[in-house]
Design a protein around this ligand. Structure first.
Ligand SMILES: C[S@@+](CC[C@H](N)C(=O)[O-])C[C@H]1O[C@@H](n2cnc3c(N)ncnc32)[C@H](O)[C@@H]1O
Length: 254
């Protein structure tokens, strides 16, 4: 005799503490596309969620239809910290650190690793993970205390944590490879071709690159910026640098 399948709310309450919250349709769609294991997914409006899937994600529509269970709106509201306009939420299994470390260390590397040195802003970290996924970067590593799998970061990353390797490491644990650190005092990036095995490091929003990261740096590079402007936002700096890598011969993801 097989055990009865637990109802989604019971399963949610049992799994929530150890899983990653996928907040909204787009986060669930991306996570499923990039192979996340999703043990439970709920919606307060299954018909609307599947209409979105028909329109925006026909490739994973059938999987979403299997995963999504409709629950009353008050139940959905009791499961999430704040409601999402699509009234969809799911829990995903966090990928193993060991698998990520293997991916980050794999050689030869075909796309850079992005390092955020002690980032402070959860929204910036999420935006960077979304960029890294879009450009096919090998991974995003953070140093310092911010958890790159914090629910606000996952929300900012639109579920794209599952499309790249996201981990927190100490500076002395960073993957091997030439380290290019971005700083307004560096050499102009426009004269440099970034190799596919580059480690691209960016400083904290508050204080820039740490001394320990600077000590590990091989090349200090700057983004073009008019005098009297102090610096760019962290995520936009990552965007420009990854674009420069892709535009100067970096691998293109299909
Ligand atoms: C908001 S800035 C940090 C500003 C900080 N107050 C400082 O003292 O550097 C965050 C990070 O974005 C990158 N960045 C911002 N503007 C840049 C520029 N013009 N050239 C290169 N990197 C830049 C650097 O990695 C920097 O550490």
């Amino acid at each position: 005799m097989t055990a009865p399948t637990p109802d989604p709310v019971t399963a949610w309450r049992r799994l929530a503490a150890g899983c990653v919250l996928l907040d909204g349709f787009h986060a669930l769609k991306h996570a499923v596309r990039f192979g996340a294991e999703v043990p439970v997914a709920v919606t307060a409006d299954r018909r609307a969620a599947l209409a979105l899937a028909d329109e925006l994600a026909p490739d994973v529509r059938d999987t979403l239809a299997e995963l999504l269970t409709e629950v009353p709106e008050r139940v959905y509201l009791s499961l999430v910290p704040r409601p999402h306009p699509t009234a969809v939420a799911a829990l995903a299994v966090r990928p193993s650190r060991a698998a990520h470390l293997e991916k980050l260390a794999h050689a030869p590397r075909t796309a850079p690793v992005v390092v955020l040195d002690n980032p402070r802003n959860l929204g910036n970290a999420g935006a960077v993970i979304r960029l890294a996924a879009g450009f096919g970067a090998t991974g995003v590593v953070t140093t310092g205390t911010l958890d790159p799998w914090h629910p606000t970061v996952v929300r900012g990353g639109a579920g794209l944590h599952f499309a790249t390797a996201v981990e927190r490491l100490a500076v002395d644990e960073l993957p091997a490879g030439p380290l290019f650190a971005l700083d307004p005092e560096g050499d102009d990036i426009r004269g440099v071709k970034l190799p596919d095995d580059a480690v691209l490091a960016f400083g904290s929003e508050r204080s820039g690159l740490s001394a320990v990261l600077r000590a590990r740096t091989d090349h200090l590079l700057s983004l073009p910026m008019r005098p009297q402007v102090s610096s760019y936002n962290l995520a936009t700096s990552v965007a420009m640098t990854l674009y420069h890598w892709s535009a100067t011969g970096g691998a293109t993801s299909s």
